[in-house]
Design a protein around this ligand. Structure first.
Ligand SMILES: C[S@@+](CC[C@H](N)C(=O)[O-])C[C@H]1O[C@@H](n2cnc3c(N)ncnc32)[C@H](O)[C@@H]1O
Length: 278
């Protein structure tokens, strides 16, 4: 047996949660789905009163929606994510807009930054996927200076976004190591951040409309572009694929607002803003 065969055989058992997450989010074409969440990013930087010169870290930044929103307000931005390919797109978007954004590959569970090195730490629908939610919450607070502002968004469990994550986790549990729904309730977030670590905590429910020309078109978009659905679909046999598609299309058809063409699905998320105590 050659050395490379031995390595290949060892690979499945040594695949860490971070490796699985990296594969899931590198799959598909996240930018095409993620760009539709821009309103949540713009809203968050306004509510955090991001201002010129703020040293701001975006965790699980993907292709940079929130990092770019902060850079448009002249913050000094570090855009971080597990997936280098997504950061490369974030860099290209920044360049096209003539904005300054530094990118850094980073796992939310082990942020490669010193204690108290940022004035603002944000994560829109990103840190929620970290394999160890408690460790990731400690990391967000560790790199934030006392008095610094924290801003997070997560799908409400009962919203289409939350239900979709539950659906994917049910169909491909081995590819969904985190606890994203825990970040979508005030109780969950309070438990993760700790009552004494933050002050001025504000929970706001907000909604972003997700549209598509039809339910079938939305299924195709998510199957082809959205990593978690794409990977679940690839792992399933034909019967499993049919069940996933049926449950997905039922969910979006049930949640659309009536009237007019296409689908308009209001998707509710929890926005959290807080200040680090101390
Ligand atoms: C739904 S996307 C959100 C991206 C972006 N924040 C936005 O608002 O469009 C989730 C992102 O979290 C990243 N991610 C997942 N697990 C992570 C981890 N442990 N550490 C850092 N990033 C992670 C994924 O690579 C992906 O870019």
């Amino acid at each position: 047996m050659t050395g490379s065969t031995l390595l290949a055989m060892a690979a499945p058992s040594t695949r860490t949660a971070a490796d699985r997450l990296r594969e899931v989010w590198a799959a598909g074409d996240y930018q095409r789905v993620g760009v539709r969440l821009l309103p949540a990013s713009e809203q968050l930087v306004v509510d955090l009163a991001v201002r010129p010169g703020d040293r701001l870290l975006d965790v699980g930044a993907g292709t940079g929606n929130t990092a770019l929103a902060a850079a448009r307000r002249d913050a000094d931005v570090v855009c971080s994510d597990l997936v280098p390919e997504l950061l490369e797109l974030a860099g290209r978007r920044a360049e096209l807009e003539g904005l300054q954004v530094a990118t850094e590959v980073a796992d939310a569970c082990a942020l490669p930054f010193p204690d108290a090195s940022f004035d603002v730490v944000v994560s829109t629908f990103g840190v929620v996927f970290a394999a160890d939610a408690e460790l990731a919450a400690r990391e967000l607070l560790r790199v934030l200076r006392p008095g610094g502002r924290l801003g997070l968004t997560a799908w409400r469990p009962e919203a289409p976004g939350g239900r979709l994550l539950e659906l994917v986790a049910r169909h491909a549990p081995q590819e969904a190591p985190g606890e994203p729904l825990r970040w979508g309730t005030p109780e969950g977030v309070t438990g993760l951040l700790g009552r004494d670590e933050v002050t001025a905590v504000r929970f706001t429910e907000r909604t972003v409309d997700l549209t598509a020309p039809s339910v079938a078109a939305q299924w195709q978009r998510y199957r082809d572009w959205f990593g978690p659905v794409h990977v679940a679909w690839e792992r399933l046999d034909q019967a499993g694929r049919t069940r996933l598609e049926t449950e997905f299309t039922d969910l979006w058809a049930r949640c659309t607002r009536g009237g007019g063409g296409g689908i308009v699905v209001p998707n509710t998320y929890l926005q959290v803003t807080a200040v680090r105590a101390g």
